[in-house]
Ligand binder design. Sequence first.
Ligand code: KMH
Ligand code: ZN
Length: 288
Amino acid sequence: MRSLSARMCRVRALTAPGTMITVAATGAELAKADVPQLPTTLDELVAEAKACEAAGAALIHVHIRDADARPSLDPVRLRDAVVALREQTDLVVQLSTGGSVHDPLDARLAVLDAAPDSCSLTCGTVNFGDDVFLNPWPFMVQLYERARDAQVVPEFELFDLGQVHALRRLIDTCGLPYGGTVHCDFVLGVPGGMPGTVAALVAGVQALPAEVTSWSATGIGRAHLPIMAATLALGGHLRVGLEDNVTYAKGRPARSNAELVERAARLAVELQRPPLSTTQARELLAIR
Ligand code: KMH
Ligand code: ZN
């Protein structure tokens, strides 16, 4: 086990001068009927993406929906989304390979065929509310290798502290991803994963493999603001958006993803770590 001073050096070494803001705009769990401001059509997604870019986002984490606003991994819709976001924004386009808890593994692997800049790669199976978010080891390896072959930069999603160690195993087994950088994202507060506490975040950051070059974090629901504040203080990057949090303040729903990005950007500026441009984010992540 590394000493406390070595672990704190690691936290300092990973402190970024600017803040990459990711917007997770839609997700797979919320119903449009419950959250009408959720972008579920391609037009809504692109409009929201443009507003978020103007507000300071550099990367968009994308889940798509079908014509009935249900979660989908339809290959044509995925490709259309990548093309439209590329044409109409300069955001780094990251497709979710997590999909919904009901999506089969082969359809999740096929997401890479839509040729995004980046893809999510969750580092292990985790309980997800009443469901199970399945990420068996052979699937993780397959996704890792396919992403590297396709020159797609993975973002390692960490829902639990054990998944930090699984990332270590992945790097040991497969080597570095395409581009040579290693970016991961802590998702705290999913029922079944690590709690949405600052203590859990600090433990996760201290346990990151030495190969990690940048990290971000998001807190689900009421963990959103405390995790945002702690992440900025610890030198991490931010993920915000309706996928993770639909509330702006107690009793007040978020009006849009852009409103959540605007707040994150304001806080980042106040803490002297202003939002990274899309070009800076591409450099940070070694996007081709
Ligand atoms: N929808 C969750 C089951 C990801 O995008 O990679 C998984 C998820 C993670 O949202
Ligand atoms: Zn997602």
